[in-house]
Ligand binder design. Structure first.
Ligand code: BTX
Length: 323
């Protein structure tokens, strides 16, 4: 509302200093009781306000939002995130991005939501995406590559997110092939890449990114509490989401340009720098069955190389890996 906007302007002018209830009510032309109601509204939206008798009110911190404004203010990319579709609540950002891509949305289009009611993982698994505590977003890319090379993009994005998390929080993530990013052994990030393609050409890649940012351990459902974590849990403090999204977009853009110009080779090296499973015994559950062996690395295409007990080499396209 207009009053709300004026109130925020007043606080902006006050620049962190106290504003008396009297002064606010004069400037807004409303009663002290109405001022109090507006303050309560702001609190509900995530503003932290301090109230002190005789001094009045002071803004301690602004809310951690992921609206288009919030993400684009200070964004340093050339194309990624220049078009943003923000939603308070969606079924899945992945479904919306796929529809936009199909309708011709340009490369770099981003769909972001505060909450997903039907967030998806791989193989139709659920991705828990509660309101306001995580990053739930889908990015549209249009790489001029054949579909077989698309798995490389999942690895590229995993590297970019790991770099961004390291830059913003100081935490050093591990990547578990193909798409899990772990923090101290627990899953903090999920990546889901989906394609719209002909047999010989990709039309679009929808990169779904889910990051647990500010959840506490108790906020995870019981069935994943033992395996899941958030950046805030690992770091011991809350983290603002919009700057992290900006850093992720910037890192994806840099690696993506490098990838399109020089191929997967240099990305592969970066990926191996973060990988936890290489050289270790793992169990790979694929749709075709379970294979146990030593993870030897990844191929130039991004497939996992697994050597079983009989020294047979398997090239794995898609699986769940247990360390
Ligand atoms: P995934 O199949 O590797 O992981 C899904 C599994 O992870 C679930 O079965 C569950 O055990 C566990 N899990 C579910 N929710 C969480 C969570 N919040 N944190 C940690 N573990 C969890 C990973 O799939 C890919 C996830 C992509 C999510 C993004 S969010 C934006 C976009 N929209 C959408 O619907 N999906 C993507």
């Amino acid at each position: 509302s207009d009053t709300r906007k004026k109130l925020l302007e007043l606080f902006a002018e006050a620049n962190g200093e106290f504003l008396s209830g009297q002064k606010i009510s004069e400037r807004l032309g409303c009663s002290r009781a109405a001022v109090w109601k507006h303050i309560e509204e702001l609190r509900k939206e995530g503003f932290e306000l301090e109230a002190v008798r005789r001094l009045g009110y002071r803004i301690v911190s602004t809310p951690d939002k992921v609206t288009a404004n919030e993400i684009q203010l200070g964004l340093k990319t050339e194309t990624l995130g220049h078009t943003i579709h923000f939603f308070e609540e969606v079924d899945s950002t992945q479904r919306i991005a796929a529809k936009l891509a199909y309708e011709g949305a340009p490369e770099g289009t981003l769909v972001v939501a505060e909450e997903q009611k039907a967030g998806r993982g791989r193989l139709d698994r659920k991705w828990f995406s509660p309101k306001g505590t995580g990053i739930w977003m889908s990015l549209i890319l249009r790489p001029p590559i054949p579909p077989q090379r698309a798995p490389q993009l999942t690895l590229l994005v995993a590297v970019a997110i790991s770099q961004a998390i390291q830059e913003v929080t100081g935490l050093v993530p591990d990547i578990k092939w193909p798409n899990d990013i772990l923090l101290h052994g627990k899953k903090g990030v999920g990546i889901l890449t989906e394609l719209q393609a002909d047999p010989d050409r990709v039309h679009s890649v929808i990169v779904g990114i889910g990051i647990n940012v500010n959840q506490t351990a108790e906020q995870f459902p019981e069935d994943i509490r033992a395996i899941a974590t958030s950046l805030a849990i690992e770091k011991g403090e809350r983290i603002k989401r919009a700057p992290l999204i900006q850093e992720i977009l910037l890192r994806i853009e840099r690696l993506y340009k490098q990838y399109l110009a020089h191929g997967f080779r240099s990305i592969k090296l970066l990926w191996e720098g973060y990988a936890v499973s290489i050289g270790k015994p793992v169990t790979a559950r694929t749709l075709g069955g379970t294979i146990r062996g030593i993870a030897r690395g990844i191929t130039e295409d991004g497939l996992l190389i697994l050597e079983d007990e009989e020294q047979n080499t398997h090239y794995i396209h898609s699986a769940d890996i247990q360390l």
